[in-house]
Write a protein that binds this ligand. Sequence first.
Ligand code: FES
Length: 101
Amino acid sequence: MKQFIVDHIQEGCAASLTREIFAVRRGGQLYVYQNECPHLGVNLEFQENQFLDSQGAHIICSTHGALFEIATGECIFGPCSGDYLEAIEFDWLNPSTITIR
Ligand code: FES
């Protein structure tokens, strides 16, 4: 079980937790996904912690611009439309820290 401090991730922002997973905070909820585009399996971001589009409305893959719903991970635009980012289940240890099995 691994613990991650997440209180530095502000509302409407995203950040890597490791090289493989990242988290997005939106609407008071935290979402954690595998950092892997379902199109070609590459990392999503083009710069550190840049997982969201310019409006902060969707997760974006920097390679071909696929857009994913933040809350579900569903690709709603791009070459992998209908596919999903892999969601990572987690538990809250306290208001600042999550644990991932
Ligand atoms: S690799 Fe992500 S959209 Fe093509």
